[in-house]
Ligand binder design. Structure first.
Ligand code: UDP
Length: 458
């Protein structure tokens, strides 16, 4: 067989936020693993300046575009709408320059893998005659709900108590993504959520960071519309197959973590004794909720490791820290996968961001779900009622979850009557998602299919 002069070159372009960058950069690393594809990650100038350079993006190179906020990023915009509008105008212009620059090099771009929430990237790719692959960073269930709304089959505001969407169990309004259950609160995000379907027919591939076996019915239901390729979990290979020693971090962290202090603290804790608590990179709990959480952690009487981002720590007044007692450790950020992989961790109190949910399933850690917004409410429903790998807390008036409720759920998941069953389910799912990305697994086959088509076309 004649060896090709060059391998296909894929440009990967996530929305500039940690939870979108992580799975997409990881997908890039997976593509390059067998040297069949070259991958470049496009991100904003601001993000590239915020990267922690002690991490490595491995074989994925970084190139930049401008979102119009090179010095401040999203935080400098006066509203979400203003940011998204600038991201589109400055972003399309500078993305076009980036593509042109590469086209005059000896390794032009063949395909753009774009974050599905940023559909204008596909338009720019098509203007330059490139293939386009949409990448959904949320579970299939969430896309199915959004698509149902997009087609006008679920008019907003939702008027019935129980909603039926193909491929999903019945959903209460509180199980729907918050942009859909509260359309007036997040109009810009709702628009972005629905707009991703506007040009999806032009995409050559539709990739999704899920596992077919986790969401069989949801994937089958949407597959009547698009031939979607579940390729998840897009997680560093070490945690899927620990023979791949080097690939332990996603590689583009926007926060600084004190890795050694956390591992030392975890080291002498008994197996399954620690609650790991994190609400991801975006959610803000507010002072009252933080205080209740502190009370709940103390009342659970478990060890806990609580991630509170620097921007949130001001809310944690001294007396709130006193509420937590002496069994905990508070850090600004940590190597989450390392923590979840620790034998000391018995459960994950999480906002149920999709990456955190997949990471917990992958490492067999049961969940206490405390969703805040976006897709987290739907993910929590899946965790509790479909996968039965955890419990969702119940909130009181004004959406506050009281400390006694939090403590009760932690105790249930750690030691309650159904604790063993939840742990066993989490372990079963761990085996199932690992198998999907192992040789011959459903996700591995889909990635191979994607690469083979690119190879034929480039
Ligand atoms: N994460 C981390 N350290 C932390 C907290 C979170 O590395 O202390 C990572 C986590 O592993 C995940 C991502 O940040 O990959 C958060 O994504 P997710 O979808 O869970 O939530 P989001 O931040 O988008 O709300």
């Amino acid at each position: 067989m004649v060896k090709k002069a060059r391998v296909a070159h894929v440009l990967i372009f996530p929305y500039p936020a940690q939870g979108h960058i992580n799975p997409m950069i990881q997908f890039g690393k997976r593509l390059t693993a067998a040297n069949r594809v070259k991958a470049t990650l496009a991100t904003t100038i601001f993000i590239s300046k915020s990267m922690h350079l002690n991490e490595s993006t491995g074989s994925v190179q970084i190139d930049t575009i401008s979102d119009g906020y090179d010095e401040s990023g999203y935080a400098g915009a006066e509203s979400t709408k203003a940011y998204l509008s600038s991201f589109q105008s400055a972003g399309s212009r500078t993305l076009a320059h980036l593509i042109q620059r590469h086209s005059s090099s000896n390794h032009p771009i063949d395909c753009v893998v774009y974050d599905a929430v940023v559909p204008w990237i596909l338009d720019v790719a098509k203007d330059h005659g490139l293939a386009g692959a949409a990448f959904f960073t949320q579970p299939c269930a969430v896309s199915n709900i959004a698509y149902y709304v997009y087609r006008g089959l679920l008019p907003l505001p939702v008027s019935s108590n129980l909603v039926s969407v193909p491929g999903l169990p019945f959903l209460e309004v509180g199980d729907l993504p918050s942009f859909i259950s509260k359309p007036d609160v997040y109009p810009a995000y709702l628009e972005a959520t629905l707009h991703k379907f506007s040009n999806l027919d032009k995409a050559d591939f539709v990739l999704i960071n899920t596992v077919y076996e986790l969401e069989e019915k949801a994937v089958d239901a949407i597959s009547t519309q698009w031939q979607i390729l579940p390729i998840g979990p897009s997680i560093p290979s070490f945690y899927l197959d620990n023979r791949v020693k080097k690939d332990k971090a996603y590689g583009l962290s926007l926060f600084n973590s004190d890795y050694k202090t956390v591992t030392n603290w975890l080291e002498d804790k008994p197996p399954n004794s620690v609650v790991y608590v994190s609400f991801g990179s975006v959610a803000n709990l507010g002072q009252e909720q933080m205080k209740e959480l502190a009370r709940g952690l103390k009342a659970s009487n478990c060890y806990f490791l609580w991630v509170i981002r620097a921007s949130e720590q001001a809310l944690l007044l001294k007396h709130t820290i006193a509420e937590t007692g002496k069994k905990g450790m508070i850090v600004e950020w940590c190597a989450q996968l390392e923590v979840l992989a620790s034998e000391a961790v018995g459960c994950f109190l999480t906002h149920c961001g999709w990456n955190s949910t997949l990471e917990a399933l992958c490492l067999g850690v049961p969940i206490v779900a405390m969703p805040q917004w976006a897709d987290q409410t739907t993910n929590a429903k899946l965790v509790q009622d479909v996968w039965k790998a955890g419990l969702r807390v119940t909130s009181e008036e004004k959406g506050i979850v009281r400390g006694r409720e939090i403590a009760g759920c932690i105790r249930e998941v750690m030691h309650g009557a159904k604790a063993e069953e939840m742990k066993a389910n989490a372990m079963r799912l761990s085996r199932l998602v690992r198998a999907a990305v192992s040789e011959g697994g459903t996700s591995a086959k889909n990635i191979d299919k994607f690469v083979s088509i690119l190879e034929e076309q480039s």
